[in-house]
Design a protein around this ligand. Structure first.
Ligand code: COA
Length: 396
């Protein structure tokens, strides 16, 4: 049986930490200036998480807002995808912590690590699940506490990054809209252009490594800049034409907010107007996987994005990775009803009923066997313990 559904972003939410770090404050820390930062990056200020505020802490309010706006509860979620490169711990996955804090069911939850492209990767993955009909509601979060890995003495990186979280619920729908095309890419040849070398299985944590600040972010800015402008332009052209559209059909471009000069160069190459581009990096800096969802949430909240609009999201980041999707914005309430297949063949419907009975019986057999073995263990374990105790007392 094949069914085909459509995807919707049924809810969205964002969170930005309270603390605002201005360019003037950075200029007091390292040899830089507000003028240099604004003219070379377009960034005026960024948000920095509190010392005890984690990526999951920031994900939680964003996710709760997205779930509430979707008109569902955490118990209705079928899957959680948390895109981040700054998890609370290397192990366990941050996604499981989020699942627990949200009070969601024992559903699938995984952390997606694709650098700043992570959220758009997650969106593309979520859309596959709902469009095949396998799942109904998937929570996708892009959240980062990049500041934990920033070397505050390195002016090459400390001016660029910020913290935050954005979340969406991707839901199943039976009317057209949602994901129209996507591009997922990775160029592993440049894996060392943006790297935290000292956390992971490649290198043990040593005093020498800590002295070298190997646990902090290192970046070859020029290499990333070159990759970003090329990848952004190529990916946008590819996904827009894959959707059977041209740039004139795109209502809003939502680019990764890394550097205004990267965005500007891509816009000039694509011949796309800046007025139709969502840019908020002046206030948030580069928030990595949170960057595209923060831009999306702001443009939805202030009414720039309207029903029927075609969006083009494009991100790039560590890996080096890139990811984009063309998304038709149709926000009406999602259908909870299964699709009615008008020409469903009778033999197939009989087969499917038989299959349901078979699998029901099989489930009952497994449950009965599990109960029998639980009962056997409840009897045998005290017996074993008793026998072991007797042997010990007899010195055997
Ligand atoms: N303040 C003042 N001077 C700075 C500075 C800062 N914060 N950072 C670097 N400089 C200096 C450099 O040391 C260099 O000085 P020098 O000529 O004496 O050596 C000079 O400014 C020019 O440096 P350069 O690296 O050529 O600057 P740039 O124009 O390439 O801009 C970046 C640097 C980092 C802003 C730019 O390369 C960039 O944005 N790259 C992409 C980064 C990115 O997007 N990363 C995240 C990907 S997800």
């Amino acid at each position: 049986m094949s069914t085909y559904y459509y995807s919707r972003i049924s809810g969205w939410g964002m969170y930005a930490p309270e603390r605002v770090l201005t360019n003037a404050e950075l200029a007091a820390m390292v040899d830089t200036s507000d003028e240099w930062i604004r003219s070379r990056t377009g960034i005026s200020e960024r948000r920095i998480a509190a010392a005890n505020e984690t990526t999951v802490d920031m994900s939680l309010p964003a996710a709760r807002a997205a779930i509430a706006r979707a008109g569902i509860t955490p118990a209705d979620l079928d899957l959680i995808i948390l895109a981040t490169s700054s998890p609370d711990y290397v192990c366990p996955p941050a996604s499981s912590l989020l699942q627990d804090r949200l009070g969601a069911g024992k559903i699938g939850a995984f952390t997606l690590v694709a650098g700043c492209s992570g959220f758009v990767y997650g969106l593309a993955v979520a859309a596959q699940f709902v469009q095949t009909g396998m799942l109904r509601h998937v929570l996708v979060v892009g959240a980062e506490k990049v500041s934990y890995a920033v070397d505050w003495e390195d002016r090459n990186t400390n001016v660029l990054f910020g913290d935050g979280a954005g979340a969406v619920v991707v839901s199943r729908s039976d009317t057209p809209g949602g994901l129209q095309s996507m591009v997922l890419g990775s160029d592993g040849a440049d894996w060392d252009a943006l790297i935290v070398p000292g956390i992971g299985s490649a290198q043990s944590i040593t005093h020498e490594g800590l002295d070298r600040k190997d646990h902090k972010l290192k970046m070859d800015g020029k290499r990333v800049f070159k990759f970003a402008t090329r990848a952004m332009t190529d990916a946008v052209v590819q996904m827009v034409s894959n959707a059977g559209l041209s740039m004139a059909d795109i209502d809003w471009l939502l680019p990764h907010q890394a550097n205004d000069r990267i965005i500007d160069l891509a816009l000039r190459r694509l011949g796309f107007p800046r007025e139709k581009t969502v840019i908020n990096l002046d206030r948030y800096g580069n928030t990595s996987a949170a960057s595209v969802p923060l831009a999306l949430c702001e443009a939805l909240d202030d009414g720039r994005i309207q029903p029927g609009d075609t969006l083009c999201m494009i991100a790039f980041g560590a890996g080096l990775t890139y990811a984009g999707c063309v998304w038709e914005w149709q926000p009406e309430r999602v259908s909870e009803e299964p699709i009615l297949i008008s020409n469903w063949p009778v033999p197939e419907s009989l087969q499917s009923a038989a299959q349901q009975v078979r699998s029901g019986m099989w489930r009952m057999q497994v449950q009965a066997r599990a109960k029998a073995s639980d009962a056997a263990m409840a009897v045998m374990l005290p017996l074993y313990a008793f026998r072991k105790g007797v042997k010990k007392r007899l010195g055997r």
